[in-house]
Design a protein around this ligand. Structure first.
Ligand code: ADP
Ligand code: MG
Length: 257
């Protein structure tokens, strides 16, 4: 144990769906400023782990502490307010909202909205702030030219970028990204890599579910590998290929259990 409090500590987390034990005794720490790759075959429990940490699922057992405070019973909106945001593996976008409207809607967490409303400026100031922030983020994530299109008309890759914009609207300290480059055109993929590195340089801690080993070597300082609900490795990306348990996890192909 280090004597500094980790940004996030997950201890003895367990989750089953019926008889399917999806997470078993999962424990790990994330330190501030890390970019951690979360790897594992399909069905190994990666998205479920993200869903539990971000309040979209409840754990059967275990503790999740953010900056030393237990958060495992908080609802999703409280976890966002605490400073943890996420993106989704398959972002669904509303039919009738533009890209800009979706980005702005993501800023109206209850806390931020009411705090600004009760300040001097009122609703207009809150809207102006959200608009300015959405404009900057859409520019940063290469969506400025499509800001007035319906969000549902974006390509799969652009929807992933918009998911990242939405996650960043609340100025999180920590972001979980679920397969940000899966199905994304190689040009956009490089832009996502650059954007994530920039965010990390600005102090953001990132946990990224990813299959692409090039991406992981390029971006991540550490990897956590899940196999059938167990953590089987926590190591540098360079150590992955020499780690037999990791190779077994991949070659074994994530058998059902
Ligand atoms: P990964 O993201 O690593 O591919 P998931 O966390 O999505 O894996 O899924 C892990 C296992 O949990 C799979 O067997 C999946 O079918 C099951 N699972 C996930 N969510 C649910 C749910 N809401 N209800 C029942 N089973 C689920
Ligand atoms: Mg998944």
């Amino acid at each position: 144990m280090t004597n500094t409090t980790p940004l996030l500590r997950v201890q003895s987390l367990a989750k089953a769906f019926g008889g399917n034990k999806v997470l078993q005794n999962v424990s790990f720490d994330i330190q501030p400023g890390e970019i951690v790759g979360l790897l594992g075959p399909n069905g190994s429990g990666k998205s479920t782990l993200l869903n539990i940490i971000t309040g979209f699922e409840s754990a059967d057992r275990g503790v999740i502490a953010y900056r030393g405070n237990a958060i495992q019973t908080l609802p999703a909106h409280r976890i966002v307010e605490a400073g943890i945001a996420r993106t989704f593996q398959l972002p669904a976008m509303p039919e009738k909202m533009s890209v800009m409207e979706v980005a702005m809607a993501a800023s109206t967490t209850h806390h931020g909205f009411w705090e600004t409303l009760l300040g001097t400026g009122g609703v207009r100031a809150a809207e102006r702030q959200a608009h300015a922030k959405a404009t900057a983020l859409l520019h940063e994530l290469l969506l400025a030219h499509v800001r007035d299109l319906p969000a549902s008309a974006l390509s799969g890759g652009q929807k992933k970028l918009l998911g990242i914009v939405c996650a960043l609207m609340g100025a999180p300290k920590m972001v979980f990204l679920d397969e940000p480059t899966a199905g994304v055109h190689p040009n956009l993929r490089n832009d996502i890599v650059s954007a994530l590195k920039r965010l990390n340089q600005q102090g953001m801690t990132l946990v990224i579910v990813e299959h692409d080993m090039h991406f992981i070597r390029e971006v991540c300082s550490r990897c956590i590998v899940l196999d059938r609900g167990h953590i089987v490795a926590s190591c540098c990306p360079d150590e992955l290929s020499s780690n037999e348990r990791v190779l077994q996890a991949y070659l074994g192909g994530g058998a059902e259990n």
